[in-house]
Design a protein around this ligand. Structure first.
Ligand code: ZN
Length: 141
């Protein structure tokens, strides 16, 4: 096969500072870039809804995300999991699905708390941080 792009990728193995579960909504990719500057290496699970699948009970999607986190821990010794939900997420029907901006934020905080609790139960010993991403920045929950 012919090479399309010449690029030198590091072949060195690494330890990940975090496994980040982030929504694939590109409006928040810039924020992820800013936030992830604090990490040397991280594993990124970038999926529709971010941490949504980890809240709200058993599902194939929840198993998938949990297994991605466990793979990050197994392969890269990850000790920190970062969970993210954001304003106007299509996976939740967008902001229009909430009564007002405050109820949206409170609902997402509650979802993040549930997702964090699930990961802490499933993967003892890992630290779990949760964040609500808004259009003006990132808020720890
Ligand atoms: Zn989203």
């Amino acid at each position: 096969m012919e090479k399309e792009i010449s690029f030198r990728s590091s072949a060195e193995h690494y330890a990940a500072d975090a496994c980040i579960v982030w929504c694939f909504d590109d409006r928040f990719s810039g924020l992820l870039g800013e936030f992830s500057k604090t990490f040397k290496n991280f594993d990124l699970v970038k999926i529709a809804g971010g941490a949504k699948a980890l809240a709200g009970g058993a599902s194939p999607e929840r198993d998938f995300v949990l297994n991605q986190i466990k793979a990050s821990i197994r392969l890269h010794g990850t000790t920190r999991v970062v969970l993210m939900l954001h304003r106007d997420c299509g996976a939740y029907g967008g902001s229009k699905n909430f009564e007002n901006p405050n109820t949206e934020k409170e609902s997402q905080e509650s979802q993040l708390t549930e997702a964090r609790r699930f990961i802490m139960n499933e993967v003892p010993g890992v630290s779990v941080d949760a964040y609500f991403a808004d259009f003006d920045g990132l808020y720890p929950v």
